[in-house]
Design a binder for this molecule. Structure first.
Ligand code: SF4
Length: 358
């Protein structure tokens, strides 16, 4: 989750919106504010099919505060797909009409086509909340327009997955949606309640299991530090327990930073939530990794994993492929021990970090 947002509530301006300010002649592409870093690394085309978040109540999340949720009209989405196609054709022909295409639309389409037009990420926070027949219609249309596409991915929520009919999930998978990114955040019911995630550990397990049974690749996002000093151990143990039951393809670590525009910040200010230190978080991750019994990739693919090794370089590698479990379990535990030997002042410390754009 990497794009910056500026301001608060209704006055927030995302990078995407800043770019849209130069809109003209109907070639602008509607884009949301966030996508997983590995989709950026893959040069994925961002196609917005819903806007904002229908839950929008997680106490740590600043992304869509004050923004209204909506499912985009199918014809409008197909119109964006046709725009990408048309801009691509113009780029190939060197058409004069290109002067009427906003710079950002040109550069997005150019970059995507140059990388082989192989991957697409559907925005915003939960594409599966769209009626299945509409989503399938869009997936089929997208693949018809761009037969080079190999991978289409999206965010979704565990409760949305848990509610979906298994047959519909399989149809969506067969229509071309290949990978789902789910914000597990924690497997602890106490932590999930604290941060108002709106799901229980049981729903996480049900949703994740259904996604895998339908044939999706599954990325589960974990937030080290989300239990604070008060619930860290429950957070570590229960998260490992839930991940063991799901056994996702990827476990992606996104350490907590408390954004000042969130409810969690208010809990922090009132003394009900204590942000943990870099060493406390390493000890938390150690407990979690010791308990993990999965065949997943464990990924530290975000700059917030800012621990340092003895030589001052990043403690964990940031590859999107991550460490393979169980093979690399001892390696990861060894790195954690190394990080605990390094003075805390060398690590990125979320107690002092003032980042508002995660
Ligand atoms: S974390 Fe995800 S589900 Fe929760 S409010 Fe933010 S975007 Fe919505």
């Amino acid at each position: 989750m990497v794009f910056a947002r500026y301001g608060t509530g209704k006055h927030k301006i995302s990078m995407g919106v800043v770019l849209l300010m130069e809109r003209n002649n109907g070639y602008e592409l509607d884009m949301g504010p966030i996508r997983p870093p590995n989709e950026g690394g893959a040069g994925s085309l961002l196609l917005r099919i819903t806007r904002n978040c229908h839950w929008n109540r997680c106490s740590f999340c600043p992304f869509y505060t004050g923004e209204e949720f909506g499912i985009r009209d199918t014809e409008e989405i197909k119109g964006d797909i046709r725009k990408v196609k048309k801009i691509g054709d113009m780029l190939e022909d060197g058409s004069e009409e290109l002067h009427n295409v906003p710079y950002h639309s040109r550069s997005i389409v150019h970059g995507w086509l140059r990388s082989g037009a192989r991957t697409v990420f559907l925005q915003d926070s939960d594409s599966l909340v769209m009626p299945s027949d509409k989503l399938i219609d869009i997936l089929v249309y997208l693949k018809e327009m761009f037969p080079t596409i190999e991978r289409i991915t999206s965010y979704t929520r565990s409760d949305t997955l848990a509610r979906k009919d298994p047959g519909e999930l399989r149809e969506i998978r067969e229509a071309g949606l290949t990978r789902l990114h789910v914000g597990l955040e924690s497997g602890s019911d106490r932590v999930l309640e604290l941060v108002n995630k709106g799901v229980t550990a049981g729903v996480h397990v049900e949703g994740g299991t259904k996604a895998l049974e339908a044939g999706f690749q599954l990325s589960e996002y974990v937030i080290p530090g989300l239990g604070g000093r008060e619930l860290w151990e429950d957070h570590a143990l229960e998260t490992a327990r839930v991940l063991n039951l799901i056994d996702p393809d990827f476990i992606r670590m996104r350490p907590l930073v408390v954004n000042p525009f969130t409810e969690l910040h208010q809990l922090r200010t009132s003394g009900e939530f204590t942000v943990t230190s870099p060493h406390e978080r390493l000890r938390e991750i150690r407990v979690m990794v010791e308990e993990l019994d999965v065949s997943s990739a464990l990924c530290f693919d975000h700059f917030l994993n800012g621990w340092r090794g003895k030589n001052g370089s990043p403690l964990f590698h940031t590859s999107f492929a991550g460490y393979r479990l169980p093979r690399d379990k001892e390696l990861v535990l060894g790195l954690i021990e190394e990080g605990l030997q390094v003075d805390e002042s060398m690590h990125l410390d979320m107690r002092k970090t003032n980042i508002t754009s995660l």
